[in-house]
Design a protein around this ligand. Structure first.
Ligand code: GDP
Length: 424
């Protein structure tokens, strides 16, 4: 069986925790998109970890962790992450890397930095991991697949062609030092010796695994609203964050994805620029940020304080629908226990009309949140393991949201640890 774990919102919904938890029953966990630009935070018996490239299943000895063709593969980052695990007594995970995955080149990171510098105040709030330049090159057909490392002559020729083009931009647009082919070639050869033991034809591997009845879990990064097609373009990421893309980014038949677990956070948070209708500010936001997640809402990759907001039914209904949700995992609910009353955004007022349909960016910029206020439960719900044992107001909050978003909440996460979960 293949299932996907994806986000409904702006990312940071707690997908890492849900993937880590579901990995117990999985044989193979696949990352199918994105790169080291976002992080998943995981807390388990080995401690607290921030993963950026590795799938969140690396903590189990029975699983194989796969980097699919759709990922932006940063080889030094991957090895840094593996080393961090080993240094903290996690057994060496079984890792496979697609021969069709493309590599983040050192210049992608430079271009990301230079472009943010050039845009200055109008930047996209990039994490400067090279993701946008990487995917631009992939679709401009000047990217480098892992398999290309194994033909040195062709690799050198292609590097010469690509460097010629990059150097024009570096000199005339960014006024920065030029790239040197020999230096890059040397780096590529280092990448080759690092990655060689893990390279594999991933789509064949997964095909065989499906025939053998293995459980496969696809792990998404970020969330629906950061999808380049269906999100808040242009304040989006550069690869599709949707479960449907799992078929492409892993190389499996789309009809094999039977279960789509969409992770929905009990309040809103976002990083980077872009419209955020239910955003809150000042002391109200500071308090939620401080109490949020596990130890505060700060970026797992950048440490940046996240923007905070109340739950947004409009964005989450859309976020779930566009993922093709079969199950909602409702997370970080315990954090809201301090509130006497909890506002929930139930509609957007745009030009005097209220809608519950998520609009395109131009209209979204005009949207004003319509809030309904629900009573809080004002107690700590961590440690509760049965739905019926949750306080009534807490169940009402879940059921209110479930009805508005229109997809079944089958899991409720009431704490950062593996066992803080309520099945419904
Ligand atoms: P991801 O990118 O979707 O994996 O999300 P992040 O890892 O960036 O953010 C989720 C944060 O919330 C992490 O610090 C998790 O440890 C934490 N977390 C996940 N689920 C829960 C939960 O149910 N309750 C609390 N308090 N924290 C949670």
């Amino acid at each position: 069986m293949i299932q996907a774990v994806v986000g409904a919102n702006w990312g940071d919904e707690g997908k890492g925790k849900i993937t880590d938890m579901l990995s117990k029953e999985a044989d193979i966990i696949v990352r199918f998109q994105g790169g080291a630009n976002a992080g998943h935070t995981i807390i388990n018996d080995y401690g607290k970890f921030a993963l950026h490239t590795l799938p969140s299943g690396v903590f189990y000895e029975h699983t194989t962790s796969v980097i699919g063709n759709g990922v932006a593969l940063n080889i030094p980052m991957l090895f840094k992450e593996i080393k961090e695990l080993i240094d903290r007594a996690v057994p060496m995970p079984n890792i496979l890397v697609s021969d069709r995955a493309q590599m983040v080149m050192p210049y992608h990171i430079l271009f990301d930095e230079y472009e943010e510098e050039r845009l200055d105040g109008n930047s996209f709030g990039s994490t400067k991991s090279g993701i946008a330049p990487f995917y631009s090159d992939k679709y401009a057909k000047i990217g480098f697949q892992v398999a290309e490392l194994f033909n040195e002559e062709l690799l050198r020729e292609k590097l010469e062609r690509v460097v010629l083009q990059k150097n024009v931009l570096l000199e005339h647009l960014y006024h920065k030092p030029a790239l040197k082919v020999e230096e890059l070639f040397g780096t590529m050869m280092e990448y080759k010796s690092m990655i060689e033991p893990y390279v594999c034809d991933v789509s064949s591997f997964l095909w065989r695994a499906m025939q053998d009845g293995k459980n496969i879990l696809l792990e998404g990064q970020l969330g629906s609203l950061k999808d380049p097609d269906h999100g808040i373009y242009p304040m989006v990421t550069s690869s599709s964050t949707l479960a449907a893309y799992g078929a492409i980014g892993a190389g499996i038949p789309p009809y094999e994805i039977k279960k789509i677990v969409t992770v929905v956070k009990a309040y809103s948070s976002a990083v980077g620029a872009g419209v955020f209708v239910s955003e809150i500010f000042g002391d109200e936001a500071d308090e939620l940020r401080r109490r949020g997640g596990d130890g505060g809402e700060y970026g797992a990759t950048t440490g940046r304080p996240r923007r905070m907001g109340w739950f947004d039914c409009v964005a989450s209904k859309y976020g779930c629908r566009i993922q093709g949700t079969t199950d909602v995992a409702f997370t970080v609910l315990d954090v809201l226990g301090y509130l006497e009353e909890i506002p929930v955004c139930v509609g957007y007022a745009i030009d005097g009309k209220v809608t519950t349909d998520f609009p395109t960016t131009g209209l979204l910029e005009k949207a004003k949140p319509v809030f309904e206020v629900l009573p809080g439960w004002q107690c700590d719900i961590r440690g509760i393991s049965k739905y019926k044992d949750l306080p009534e107001n807490c169940r009402n909050y879940i059921e209110f949201i479930e009805e508005r978003i229109g997809f079944p909440v089958t899991m409720i996460s009431n704490g950062p640890e593996r066992n803080n979960i309520i099945y419904r």
